[in-house]
Design a protein around this ligand. Sequence first.
Ligand code: MN
Length: 232
Amino acid sequence: MTDYLFDTPEVKSIPVSGETAEYPVGRIFCVGRNYAAHAAEMGAEVDRDAPWYFTKSPSAATPSGATVPYPPGTANFHYEMELVIAIGAPVFRADRAAAKAAIFAYGCGLDMTRRDLQQVGKDNRRPWDLGKDVENSAVFAPLSRAADFGEPGPQRIHLEVNGDLRQDAILDDLIWKVDEVVSHLSRYYHLRPGDLIMTGTPAGVGPVVAGDRITGGIDGLSPISLTLADPE
Ligand code: MN
């Protein structure tokens, strides 16, 4: 056994509805601009050639129900409500059918974003890491097995801040469907169990402040919540 100089990072995991074993978090991929109305509100065109991605560190994973400090370095911290795909089998260079078969579960997720720092990145043609790979910014609700959830389609996806509705769409509004995303991403990565894909957010993104409580849901999945505390 290797003797490490320091404690190794803890493995983050997400509960699975109705099961005792949890889903260990591997990599976190995020799809950009996957709802046309959200792309429009960001002043961007939808890229219909191919989906594209950014990533978050596994250490950013945070359980639904948590209270987290308002993060440093931002004055415009945004919520993004998203459908999450959890991979359950190795998948590489897969067609859509094989990609679909590799989806183990779905869940509700929040892609919390330092929007002002993301914009600095966009304006200066720099990476988005400071805007997107934020500590505690990948919030995951308990997962539901794909067979229990069924096909993503007419289910409503919504988010509220302090009870006020801010995002409201249906999963059919996804430009790149779940099997297309997994198939495309599998051309670039050996996807494996533990890999999570946040599929993008509908229109209506906006800021939160310390003291706000975010709630969200997707029909048929466990709901999600996050509370913002004062900055550290
Ligand atoms: Mn997002």
